[in-house]
Design a protein around this ligand. Sequence first.
Ligand SMILES: [Zn+2]
Length: 299
Amino acid sequence: MMPWFKRVEKGIITPTEEKKETPDGLWYKCSCCKTVTSMAEHRRNLNVCVKCNFHERIGSAEYFAVLFDDNQFEELDANMTSSDPLSFIDSKPYPERTKATQKKIGLKDAVRSAHGKINGQGLVIACMDFAYIGGSMGSVVGEKIARAIDFARKNRLPFLMISKSGGARMMEAGYSLMQMAKTSAKLALLSEEKIPYISLLTDPTTGGVTASFAMLGDFNIAEPGALIGFAGPRVIKETIGKDLPKDFQSAEFVLDHGFLDFIVDRKQLKQKLSDLLSMLKPEVAEEPVVQKERKAAKA
Ligand SMILES: [Zn+2]
């Protein structure tokens, strides 16, 4: 009789990484309702829980894929990186932290900007990445946003900012705070030239980001459940000496108190944005105000 199974080689040792087991990341467990779904289904649902609609945090690559037609876009200032103006050292020197973060997550800083088409209409998007030092705003973030706005002005394209940030970057201190003024000034120019600016606030949008460009949109919109605020709840509680209301600083609370125009589900985001942009289009097509004024001055 032939044996059912004959070991041909002796002493076979399979390294752990080659063992056939369930690969990592095949399943997704919702951090809100704990429902388990396949990662493929979760991705198809744009990283939103199929059961409870919890919006998982995603990065610029995912937002670009959600919004730009066929994920086609041209990135702006892709290689800009920060210097170390203050020779800042916390648990490690800032340049070391920068290098380690870049290597680990493959991003150069906490924002990426790009232009492309959304349902056939041109759009410039700057999108923050929370994975890069908590989406903190340093000089690169401010500069890239400022340049993306300049690109939008030059090409008369609407501008969408997707915020996701813990606020200003400690390691650049005062330089981080200057970005609030710089980005706000650029947005004022965009507004003067009657080019639409839509600000999408995602989980979390706090600190100097909330206090500058994130709240300056012609439309300020948010994803469901996003944490939106300036200072953290503990600081506020200690300052006012009162308990805070339920759902304080959630997108829904902020909407109820008049700081947002609407909340949009990620699955409807692309359609709602392109509807909104097509309504605003006549203004985009109009001649730049600055040029008009110059012409009038010449005549
Ligand atoms: Zn869930």
